[in-house]
Design a protein around this ligand. Sequence first.
Ligand code: FAD
Length: 469
Amino acid sequence: MRQPWRVAVVGGGIAGLAAAVRLRDRAPAGTEITVYEQSGALGGKLRTGELAGQPVEFGAESFLMRDPTGAESAAVTLARRLGLAEQIVHPTVGQAALVVDGGLRPIPGGTLVGVPGDLDRVTTVARPAADADTDGGRPLVAPDEDVSVGALVRSRFGDEVVDRLVDPMLGGVYAGRADDLSLVTTMPALARTARVEHTLVGAVRAAQAAAPRAPGAPVFGTLAGGLSTLVEAAVTASGATVRRDAAVREVVPTVTGWRLTVGPTRAPERVDVDAVVLAVPARPAARLLSGPAPAAATAVGELDYASVALVTLALPQPRLPELSGFLVPSTEGLLIKASTFFTTKWGHLRRPDGLALVRASVGRYGEEEQLQRPDEDLAATVHRELSAVLGEPLPAPVDGHVQRWGGALPQYTPGHADRVAAARTALRAAHPTLVLAGAGYDGVGIPVCVRSGETAADEIITALGGSAR
Ligand SMILES: Cc1cc2nc3c(=O)[nH]c(=O)nc-3n(C[C@H](O)[C@H](O)[C@H](O)COP(=O)(O)OP(=O)(O)OC[C@H]3O[C@@H](n4cnc5c(N)ncnc54)[C@H](O)[C@@H]3O)c2cc1C
């Protein structure tokens, strides 16, 4: 193998940047790492902006502190590696609400993404079906089976638990519907226990017991300076050469590695590298893979995405409840699907002048036409719906921002994990130096994407004949 290694990371989101940091830490000294990012900014779905003179997240807002086994999440470990551990802050108000019949009710505790382990605790928002969760003498899910979360929970707890609890929780994360989303990919801990337990209550309790949480331990964290500080620190630590406005349009195998075609069709640039981390969403990945790995391209290309818009309003001294925000079941007929009261939830964002920053997320999978409306219309609708849910007119905003995320949230249907596994098996067999990373494959969320990027980097190191340092 030629020295030093040249590795291209395609995609400057958090998965690609985590891969770049891991390569710097574990590949041989002197490895040349280049990150190619098609847009003008790194970070992908992580973007800290500014509103009313204050840093505000225009994309992802926080990360889970623990992974499903209860261990420190990969996002926390990366922040520590980057010297940002001291910057991690936690919500000062954790309680969120659900909109039920037009008003707010606290989200019951003790659920796993809305799926209850104790049916008595959710009766304030939904009536579980009586006696449907019986022991049928075999595990809920067969060893290789994947089902939609909605199908499983409806059959065991009835429609209300899905429509009023699980669906809005999953909608808040994926902008999708419980009836479409894969149990294995969106709730892996529950999928594992559902292969053993005979009742859903038993499976939820077993999943919760497998990742015990110390009482009072924070579930979420963010960085006081904004999540873009994670992006900037990762770039610095990786020592990578960063190419912005540099879309990779083709990857072609060569005798020793890969030739990338970068930049506009009018002035293409060809770059030779030894290995590639493909940390882009599934659609661009499928296009890039269609030449060298058509079977893998077909498998990953099946993934569809939802679009959302995030509307943030700066409101002078509104009367807000002591809540981190609320979720809206689709049956409530509102445009808003979730809202975050930034300045209530995060103590470090509170302002002495009482200005409140409130964010609403709009757009559900299959309702993209709602996002055709102009920014002012979206902002006015959000303001009106917030006032209705809170039960009093909110003051007129002094500032606002609409961030559109087109095709941003993967809709993992049942079988997604098997399709990705098949794509990776095909790639490993034919092209071990081309590795997939990110939300298009391993799941949504900063910790999952960090781990995905790190695993991809480890695979590249092995494929190039190195051993992790
Ligand atoms: C609105 C929203 C809110 C979210 N909130 C949270 C949250 O609070 N907490 C949480 O944990 N997760 C959250 N998520 C999910 C999380 O942000 C994502 O799962 C994660 O950031 C995805 O990272 P990624 O690197 O896989 O992909 P991306 O962030 O999509 O990065 C991929 C990058 O590849 C680039 N690219 C694409 N094609 C090419 C090409 N041909 N050449 C070069 N570059 C290319 C893109 O421009 C992009 O920058 C949220 C997501 C969204 C959309």
